[in-house]
Design a protein around this ligand. Sequence first.
Ligand code: GLP
Length: 634
Amino acid sequence: MSEQSGQELYERIPSRIFDDAQAAVCQIAREIADAIRERQAAGKGLVLGLATGSTPVPLYRELIRMHRKEGLSFAKVTTFNLDEYFGIDARHPESYHRFMREQLFDHVDIPAEQINIPEGMVSREEVFEACQDYENRIREVGGIDIQILGIGRTGHIGFNEPGSGPASRTRLVTLDRLTRLDAARDFQGEHNVPRYAVTMGVGTILDARKVYLLAWGRSKAEVVKAAVEDAPVESLPASFLQQHEDVSFFLDTAAASELTRNKYPWLVGFPEWTPELARKSVTHLSLKLGKPLLKLVDKDYQENGVSELVTEQGPAYGLNIRVFNEVQHTITGWPGGKPDADDTYRPERAKPSLKRVLVLSPEPQDDVLAMAGTLSRLVAHGHEVTVAYLTSGSLGVPDEEARWAADLMREAGGSELATQVLAELDEKSAFDEDSVGLRRFKSYIRRNEARAALQLCGLEPDRIQFLDLPFYENGRYRRFVTGEDDVSELSSLLQSVRPHQVYVTGEAADPSSVQAKSFSVFELAIQKLQSEAWIKDCYVWLYRSDGREWDIHQVEMSVPCSPDEVKRKAQAIYQHRSQRSQIPVLDEEQREVWEQAIDRNRATARFYDKLGLAEYEAIECFVRWHVTQDSAGK
Ligand code: GLP
């Protein structure tokens, strides 16, 4: 079986994988530019189908750059956008009309009359006709040449939610709960997110001559895998793209991580059996068969597609013991290193026995979600722990919470800021962004929550820093742009703490997220400090706060939590009251954030138990990031 045919066996849509989103969009932008120029040379125009969401933003930036620097003209380009929220005015900050103007159209030479976006403000009575008219307009210009798509976590393309068939056309649709939850931050609360949208149908999309779907970050990995490898189903509309003759997926490594060629490379070819891959394959086999590591036999390997590994590195028992020991050695109750102990097989160094530890949390709550137990231990073991919140998190505070706090302050005697806040909230319309004062007030709410949470972890308030990085203060969700001022603030903090250990997150997150932006600022800050002596003695530990834990084979430090520590962790997360669901969750399926975090840590502990290691109540996991490498490479 050649590598190519093995891959094709699984992948029903050609997928191109790039190191990062930027490399992918440069390629797509070049292809679009070539197509525009080719048509232009023949005196013709090109019809582009465009998407919204954070995914295509870097593509639009690249096209704008090409327009400015390379003379790429959009004068003969006609565009059709996929969708628009229903009942949302074009001036609304979250309307796709406004999004497209701000992200692309205002910066290139496209004539206004060549721009087409479904209308969100038509009445229910008129909407059917408006949709028909949209379809006619596409037909009249000769159809879409290149369609750009993102993908929602429900597997939607445009707003074709699960249940949309391959023959569906432009129409009014009801938005899925998960889609509305994903948009909740942009709209400051789920209850503000529109319930309906107008979208091109799956059939409309399939009519385009060429389709490019873009996806970045780990949060898209499962849905990408299902669309590319599983049979097409209405519950995952993107899977119908398999029917298209000229479709390609452009993915970054994180979004491609669930594809069989990456997840189980031994099933598509003959991989190089590095220790990490062997660990992955053996732990996977153990969990799949429900057999502890030390009970696996040669036959198990042979019957499950990994006979090559056992032939090369077997017999099974030796391989089992090696992996068992590797996993066992990741477990430590001493995340800061165990003083005076032999540290040959421990994740952290014994010396210095008391370390300077810096925990970087992109927004308040990332820290406790992932590592409240570890944090408490570090404090209890006497290390000099500093927690720094990189951004204020003010955008994540719903107006209702601000009103609650401001009302309380007014009743208790009032303050000028509280009075201003209440006046602003009374007048605020759906179009208005928060004033600087309201954002400041909201950031105080998050500061207080963060202090209360960390107090439960034993940390004194003077060990907490709030950096309020400018990229966040000056930005909006999904549209943050980081700069030199962010990097220099973080590098000054690093330089002043000179930590032996740093905990940080965001390396594989959606590139537009606060976590990913924060991580990129961290990478640049570290680069800047590369020549400092303390950096050579600094261990960087990556944690995950986004609800997606590391795979067992990747983990390099596992910190168990006792039942009491788990309770305290739940309590600590619970202090972030502005981040709890604003509507009581009565649905058993829908777990609150703090419950999800605990579930995850308990699930990790169960994995270790199933592998035949000790049975703990819960486990928090970390992976080491090497200061000299460009990215985690995991
Ligand atoms: C919205 C849009 C889709 C987009 C999806 C993913 O639902 N209607 O076209 O693909 O969001 O958004 P993001 O790119 O921000 O992940």
